[in-house]
Design a protein around this ligand. Structure first.
Ligand SMILES: C[S@@+](CC[C@H](N)C(=O)[O-])C[C@H]1O[C@@H](n2cnc3c(N)ncnc32)[C@H](O)[C@@H]1O
Length: 447
């Protein structure tokens, strides 16, 4: 049975038993799954923070619902909903605690500390960002899951694959279906999110996991929190492996997979698409295939990077590939039976053959070394200098919030302290507090 040949995500040397001789680093495992981040302790620490924060938020949600319930007339539907939500949040807290227990013991730290030290993992990739996908994959998503695997089967055709890599596999249903259907000897399902990877591994093992779904637009009071039982139709065939790693630094030796899949990934990652193509290209054997499947919704800071499908195909063909087949299907996306809200997507599937090699991709730098290693001095750059002053002013404004002062009162303190004339201070303080207010709301949504 072939195994993946791992390479160090820091220095690219081949690993022996997930140990890098060159970096003298033994990479950790999580519930037996390789955890191959360039700085595994730091990244796992960041995920632990997000987990802690998610648990604290669930506890707070449960308390808020219970508090609101006390002010409600017993017989109303609202009372029924609040009662239901309060116990669902409390139980989901326990379920999430169990699911992520392999991340290690939790320490009692104030929620605000975690908020203040928010992680620099991609901020829009929260622990729970893809919770609806989990329920689609392993509970109610038969139609959507089937449409995805049909699209892959149609495009791959009778061609056989021995070693398959799925980058951004998420909760893993498509990787599992491909593994069962195409019968490769090895399928590696990689994702950056430990909740999804741990769940994927448990599904592949044949476990049943209870987890609540909180639909965006519940159809009924009971639908606002539904306890789902997640399970695969059968344990995965031999050769299914889950890996926790960053797809922007895929930890594999070159030229070992004959099929690489990127389902719903390319347009969500914070990476230059050319670099992603270079990574995929180097991972494939000559003549191997890359199948890109999902939306084409690039929302990037630079307008030139917001690619349409035509541009993506052009870029693919200019970077060591030849596009050999494409198809599109129109269908529901995350259409929970308990929600009034769902998306429709025109889903694109494209297969490209590796017909050339491209230069080694530049190493993806999420953060400068002083932030990663925590040992080098923090540079006192001019940008930091002005941020220090701004932060002191912000800290001063926040310290004036006492539940009594208005924006106007705070503005007059600022004037007295000669920090700003009151007439400018009022607008500036309002702008700053709008940002704080919105961030406090987004912090809850982005868990
Ligand atoms: C839109 S979801 C798609 C998930 C899955 N492929 C599916 O079809 O349901 C995007 C996935 O990419 C993962 N992801 C985002 N950035 C990543 C990265 N740098 N490396 C690996 N996975 C990443 C997310 O955790 C998430 O599971």
């Amino acid at each position: 049975m072939p195994e993946p040949h791992f390479a160090c995500p820091r220095c690219d040397s081949p690993l022996a038993d997930i140990h890098c001789d060159a970096c003298k680093l033994q990479f950790p495992t999580l519930d037996g799954l390789p955890c191959l981040f360039a700085d595994p302790d730091a990244t796992l620490g960041e995920w632990r923070n997000r987990w802690q924060l998610a648990l604290a938020e669930l506890e707070q949600n449960a308390e808020e619902a219970a508090r609101a319930l006390q002010a409600c007339s017993d017989s109303s539907s609202t009372a029924r909903r609040l009662q239901h939500l309060s116990s669902a949040y409390a139980e989901q807290r326990r379920l999430l605690e169990d699911l992520l227990a392999p991340l290690g013991p939790l320490e009692a730290v104030a929620k605000e500390t975690y908020l203040a030290l928010r992680t620099r993992l991609p901020t829009h990739q929260g622990l729970m960002s893809y919770a609806p996908n989990v329920h689609r994959d392993w509970c109610w998503g038969k139609v959507e899951n089937q449409a995805s695997v049909d699209a892959i089967r149609d495009i791959v055709g009778p061609r056989s694959s021995t070693k398959v890599l799925v980058l951004g596999a998420g909760a893993g249903r498509l990787a599992y279906d491909v593994h069962q259907l195409l019968e490769p000897e090895l399928t590696v399902a990689l994702d950056i999110n430990p909740m999804l990877v741990l769940l994927n591994a448990r599904m592949a093992r044949g476990d049943t996991v209870a987890f609540f779904e909180f639909p965006l637009a519940p159809k009924t009071v009971e639908d606002c929190a539904i306890k789902r039982f997640l399970a695969a139709p059968a344990p995965a065939r031999e050769g299914f492996r889950c890996v926790l790693a960053d797809g922007l630094r895929p930890p594999f030796v070159d030229e070992q997979f004959d099929l690489v899949l990127t389902p719903w990934l390319l347009d969500v990652v914070d990476a230059d698409t050319r670099q992603m193509l270079a990574h995929i290209n180097r991972l494939l054997v000559a003549g191997g295939h890359w199948v890109n499947h999902g939306s084409v919704a690039f929302r990037r800071p630079n307008v030139e990077d917001c690619l349409t499908l035509e541009e993506l195909t052009e870029l693919t063909d200019a970077n060591g590939f030849t596009t050999v087949a494409t198809n599109e299907h129109d269908g529901p996306y995350l259409a929970s039976p308990a929600s009034r809200h769902a998306r429709r997507e025109l889903v694109s599937t494209a297969m490209a053959e590796k017909t050339g090699t491209v230069g080694k991709p530049a190493r993806h730098q999420n953060l400068p070394e002083w932030l990663v290693t925590a040992r080098a001095p923090i540079p006192l750059s001019p940008a930091f200098q002005s941020q220090i002053t701004a932060t002191q002013v912000h800290g001063f404004i926040m310290s004036l919030i006492d539940g009594k002062r208005s924006i106007r009162d705070v503005a007059s303190v600022m004037e007295k302290e000669r920090l700003m004339p009151a007439r400018d201070a009022e607008a500036a303080i309002r702008g700053f507090l709008i940002k704080m207010f919105e961030e406090s709301q987004a912090a809850t949504r982005n868990l």
